[in-house]
Design a protein around this ligand. Structure first.
Ligand code: ADP
Ligand code: ASP
Ligand code: MG
Length: 409
């Protein structure tokens, strides 16, 4: 008998029929003698609907009250799933994050889980009940309701699995595992049987939203066995592993996957004097405005001046551009320009460590398609390029084919 934490995402609980189907699935595991803790997201589209309602009151709505609003989405699905289980004769209890109790810091809209007091869950499990917990939410030390950032139900699942020392955390979603790239963009994408935490972390942080980054970080830190699998079918899904399977790698591709991020925007300031402190004067105000900077590029200076380019989240583009324009006046820079029609495409793979020439192969593949590269950044196991957004699909597919990700089994 195992203890399983299963998380079902928005599409998986998107209608009453689907909630009923989730109940049947959960029961099939329960009937095998497992103890079951279920985490659910809000019905698909619900969190977006709530955000839009808030924005009708205040376009920049955020903070405490937004969290109070957004957590209602998950409160609906826990109750409906618990009812569906009870109707089938299986005792179940639904709980909000605050009830179980998932304590977070006070960073509203992007709170981090600090601790979980799982006494109530354990006693329900001991009494044979199925426990259903609302994903994406917690309470801070003053009992204010918090949320864990978009996609945060994954993190609730992993954190509960860690706290309960579950045998596995299973993330059920609308695809049957982690693929070489988003199957919605490349239908030829292939499901991976395993992927290392290190690679999964890169994929998630470079834009593959199949798992929330924090969930992957958490699972790696607390050694939670983590699997992604389909809500709608059978199958083993994809296991996220600690070990890099060297035997398998012999036959495996040099890269494991391709990630992309459509949420990028690029800003450039030209002709700033190349003196100490300039980077700080440009980026200091950006960080003070709470804007995260992703890639940064500074040109080699010519005539004592240099150009500075960086990328931010598209939502922050206008604020970042305004900040840069005022910095430009102070620094007597020549021009400020921005482009919010760019995307980032990245190739990821631990195989890169032992193979040279992967970057040039990537650039060659893109060149053959006539795709101009605007920025490049590399780390040990990834290479990212920024390109015009119109090249996203073409670039992803060309790289997928060029690195022979389809063929391998
Ligand atoms: P849920 O609502 O279940 O949390 P998400 O929409 O957050 O589901 O995540 C699943 C989606 O992630 C898939 O429908 C797919 O389009 C997308 N995705 C992006 N990259 C990948 C990838 N490499 N493998 C599988 N799915 C991916
Ligand atoms: N409902 C939340 C969202 O849409 C959390 C989640 O689904 O993981 O982001
Ligand atoms: Mg998700």
């Amino acid at each position: 008998m195992a203890l399983l934490v299963q998380k079902f995402g928005g599409t998986s609980v998107g209608t009453i029929e689907r909630i009923e189907a989730v109940a049947d699935k959960v029961i099939s595991y329960k009937d095998q003698g497992n103890s079951m803790v279920i985490v659910v997201s809000a019905m698909s589209g619900e969190t977006n609907r709530l955000v839009e309602l808030a924005q009708q009151i205040d376009p920049r709505a955020r903070g405490r009250e937004l969290d109070v609003l957004l957590t209602t989405g998950e409160q609906v699905t826990i109750a409906l799933l618990a009812m569906a289980l009870e109707k089938r004769g299986y005792p179940a209890r639904s709980y909000t994050g605050g009830q179980v109790k998932i304590t977070t810091d006070s960073a509203h809209n992007k709170a981090r889980i600090k601790s979980i007091d799982h006494e109530r869950i354990t006693s329900d499990l001991d009494n044979g009940r199925i426990v259903v917990v609302a994903g994406f939410q917690g309470v801070d030390e003053y009992d204010n309701i918090t949320t864990l950032g978009r996609g945060g139900s994954d993190t609730t699942g992993v954190a509960l699995a860690a706290a309960l020392k579950a045998d596995e955390c299973q993330i059920f979603t609308d695809v049957d595992g982690v693929y070489t790239t988003d199957p919605r963009v490349e239908p030829e994408a292939r499901r991976l049987e395993t992927i290392t935490f290190e690679e999964m972390l890169e994929m998630a942080s470079l834009g593959s939203k199949v798992l929330q980054i924090r969930a992957v970080e958490f699972a790696q830190k607390y050694e939670v066995p983590l699997r992604v699998l389909s809500s709608f079918g059978e199958g083993e899904g994809t296991l996220i592993t600690t070990e890099y399977d060297a035997d398998k790698t012999m036959e495996q591709a040099l890269i494991s996957g391709i990630a992309f991020n459509r949420d990028e925007a690029q800003l450039t300031i030209n002709g700033v004097s190349d003196t100490p402190g300039v980077a700080y004067r440009i980026l200091g105000p950006i960080s003070e405005a709470n804007i995260e900077v992703d890639m940064i590029l500074q040109n080699v200076s010519a005539d004592g001046t240099t150009d500075f380019t960086f990328t931010v989240h598209r939502n922050d583009f206008d604020t970042a551009l305004a900040s840069l324009e005022s910095t430009a006046k102070e620094l007597n820079a020549r021009v400020v320009s921005g482009n919010n029609r760019i995307v980032k495409i990245s190739i990821v793979g631990v195989g890169m460590r032992s193979h040279a020439g992967i970057a040039s192969r990537m650039f060659e593949i893109l060149a053959k398609e006539g795709i101009n590269i605007l920025m490049i950044s590399t780390s040990e196991i990834k290479i990212s390029v920024v390109v015009d957004e119109k090249y996203l699909e073409l670039g992803v597919r060309a790289l997928h084919e060029g690195f022979e990700l389809t063929k391998l089994s």
